[in-house]
Design a protein around this ligand. Structure first.
Ligand code: SF4
Length: 687
């Protein structure tokens, strides 16, 4: 029996992997069982978790390196030495000819902390390139940017998730947690059983919205205006906690002025939320002792995502909530290691420990841990989408190494990104299955999956947990860490790369020591004993930090920043040619690009669909089940219609787990986080 965690979302539910009797083995050697003592999910799992071992038995599992034959253009089997020699040789030649930034690295928010750390080191030490970023840039980066600006630190939830149960009013902005992380919905249910009130804000009435006491259905891309309008009312009602604002924040007078013109009628015109609902919600917030605001991708994946989160943080600060028990602001991170994946060096602008790469002291510290000179470390690279856009053009990278990401499905404006991938001299993908991105690669490297390897993840609460190896990988498969070490040595890295997760975690701890995300006091045995450890945890004696901001924020003066923001609206708004809003999101049975979950036979693989309101369906002459075509300025998608009354009549929804949705989405970027505007663009629908 091995206690471990689910391979998918940021809840990182605890589970037990138990050996199957030989008579029941059909490719799997283990089955999932509950781990009731793990506090985050208390034994509950969603259907993705229960079926997670399914991929082990999949015939689609890659077990040998593949190299594209130049003569036939087809992928053929190769030995590990041949594949790694080929990759290292071509990378070295490119570097010699065009410089280190001709090689780029793209990581993933599902990689363990050890892999994310080692990937950043591979890029900066072995390859010497500044060109590294990862798909977490497209996940919660706007909340990260806002958290850093307002609180001086970015930890998704600065409190344990179970605190939700003890608040009085929970405001969920753009989160469908009942479908994306179902075991978390128990906290909503318990909150309501206690008499608490749940407010859900979403253009679609999802199963999370069905649990709400108040449901607000704004126009996509107007969550910021809604926050400004609510704060306007709170100021007008005298509901601002002036003592808290005076003692624990700076800048609130500027914020107060900035919301003066957001009277309810104007907010209704922009957001579509009725004035009466605005007043009722403001009264609810004003009258509550404890208020918790949680944002997710619906609020964050916008070209004004950072400002949207800042606006909601301002609401929480005005009410005096951050740092108060069972109150405050938090972000519900999405990907499995969405939190840890952004802390240890695979971001374009960061070194391990959430240190900024342009900070001389940070460079000095990390270089010392790595055993290299600080001046040899490259500077800041391009953000994820900008990096992909630059592939193969002028001074852009000519080679890309991809670990833990399926860009072809998950990138915005995906047709354009696929063109850029095609223009490369060398595309290398490490994956466990032939994802859409791997299918384009010149070299595919088959790697282990979660049950076959050990490593830490940091869940949405900032709790560092340990996934333990339960079974041996199939013959022919190597871990990402072995792949990185194999490349580093062939590239003549000045320092050795370990392949042992525990050893790498100890090094990560030293590299993070003194940084914002300080893991120095955490080790594997301690994680096992304590059901995870919350960072920051600077020493073995430190208890870890489940709750933050009680006395001080992580800013130089210890006060939170109230930052005035203005509603700009979406980069694209409906027009004659594209008269409706398109929004995208997830469904219960699939995870991210679907590369894993679409291959698990127990999970329904229904394919993309187009959700639209009966009024819109009537207008375009579509019936439930008819094939409809959604068009945007970037592409089109044909898929069956689902006619539902739960979506706004001016909006269509497409899930993003299949090829197609992101051919439609907009690549307009948030100026601060560089988050693309996945969540809204202008579209047309026809039969
Ligand atoms: Fe838990 Fe998320 Fe896994 Fe479902 S997908 S079992 S909610 S970690």
């Amino acid at each position: 029996m091995t206690k471990t965690h689910c391979p998918y979302c940021s809840l990182q539910c605890g589970m037990t992997l138990a050996p199957l009797s030989p008579s029941r083995r059909t490719g799997n050697q283990v089955e999932v069982q509950a781990w009731p003592e793990f506090p985050v999910n208390e034994g509950a799992l969603c259907r993705k978790g229960w079926t997670a071992t399914g991929l082990r038995g999949s015939r689609e599992r890659l077990t040998t390196p593949l190299v594209r034959d130049r003569a036939t253009g087809e992928l053929r089997s190769a030995g590990w030495d041949e594949a790694l020699d080929l990759v290292a040789g071509r990378l070295a030649a490119l570097r010699a000819e065009r410089g280190p930034d001709s090689v780029a690295v793209f990581g993933g928010g599902g990689l363990t902390n050890e892999k994310a750390y080692q990937l950043g080191k591979l890029a900066r030490v072995a390859l010497g390139t500044s060109q590294i970023d990862y798909n977490g840039r497209w996940c919660m980066s706007s909340a990260a940017s806002a958290g850093n600006q307002a609180f001086g630190i970015d930890r998704g939830l600065p409190f344990p998730l179970a605190d939700v149960e003890q608040t009085d009013v929970l405001v969920l902005v753009g989160s469908n947690l009942a479908e994306t992380m179902p075991p978390a919905a128990r906290h909503l249910d318990r909150l309501r059983e206690r008499g608490g009130h749940v407010v859900v804000i979403d253009p679609r009435l999802t199963s999370t919205g069905e649990r709400a006491d108040t449901f607000l259905q704004p126009v996509p891309g107007t969550d910021l205006a809604l926050a400004l309008g609510l704060l306007h009312l709170l100021v007008a009602m005298g509901a601002v906690d002036e003592e808290y604002v005076g003692a624990r924040t700076t800048g609130f007078d500027d914020v107060r002025r900035s919301v003066a013109a957001w009277w309810p009628e104007r907010v209704e015109r922009v957001t579509g939320v009725p004035v009466t609902d605005l007043h009722a919600t403001a009264r609810l917030l004003a009258g509550a002792d404890k208020v918790m605001v949680l944002t997710a991708r619906g609020a964050e994946q916008h070209s004004q995502g950072t400002d949207t989160v800042l606006a909601w943080i301002n609401v929480a600060l005005a009410l005096g909530m951050p740092g108060k028990a069972f109150s405050g602001y938090g972000c519900l991170t999405g990907q499995g290691n969405g939190q840890g994946g952004r802390e240890h060096g695979q971001k374009a602008d960061q070194l391990p420990g959430y240190r900024m790469i342009d900070d001389p002291a940070a460079r000095e510290h990390v270089a010392r841990v790595w055993g290299v000179a600080p001046e040899t470390l490259p500077g800041k690279g391009r953000s994820a989408y900008e990096l992909l856009e630059s592939l193969g053009v002028e001074d852009g990278p000519r080679a890309l190494l991809v670990f833990g990401s399926n860009i072809v499905v998950s990138a915005p404006n995906a047709t354009h990104v696929t063109d850029r991938l095609e223009s490369l001299d060398l595309l290398v993908v490490a994956d466990m299955v032939m994802s859409e991105t791997a299918a384009m690669a010149d070299v595919v490297l088959p790697v282990t999956q979660w049950a076959e390897e050990t490593g830490t993840m940091t869940n949405l609460e900032g709790r560092v947990i340990l996934r333990e190896r339960a079974v041996a990988p199939p013959e022919g498969v190597r871990s990402d860490l072995e792949v990185m070490a194999g490349l580093a040595s062939r590239l003549g890295s000045p320092v050795p790369f370990s392949t042992e997760p525990e050893e790498i975690f100890a090094e990560l701890g030293r590299a993070s020591a003194g940084g914002k995300a300080d893991y120095a006091g955490i080790d594997y045995d301690r994680i096992r004993r304590e059901h995870g450890v919350f960072w920051p945890c600077p020493t073995p004696e430190h208890a870890g930090t489940p709750r933050m901001f009680g006395d001080t924020f992580a800013t130089p003066d210890g006060r939170a920043r109230c930052l005035p923001v203005e509603h700009r609206g979406a980069a694209e708004v409906p027009c004659d040619d594209y008269p409706v809003h398109l929004t995208t999101g997830r469904v219960l049975a699939q995870y991210q690009s679907g590369a894993q979950t679409r291959r698990i036979k127990e999970l329904p693989d229904e394919g993309a669909f187009v959700e639209l309101h009966p009024m819109l369906a009537d207008r375009v002459g579509a019936h439930d089940g008819d094939l409809v075509v959604v068009t945007t300025r970037r592409g089109e998608l044909k898929a069956p219609a689902r006619v539902v009354t739960t979506i706004r009549p001016d909006t269509v929804f497409v899930p993003f787990h299949w090829v197609g949705a992101n051919r439609l989405t907009n690549d307009a970027l948030d100026p601060s986080s560089r988050m693309p505007e996945f969540k809204v663009c202008a579209a047309a629908v026809r039969t």
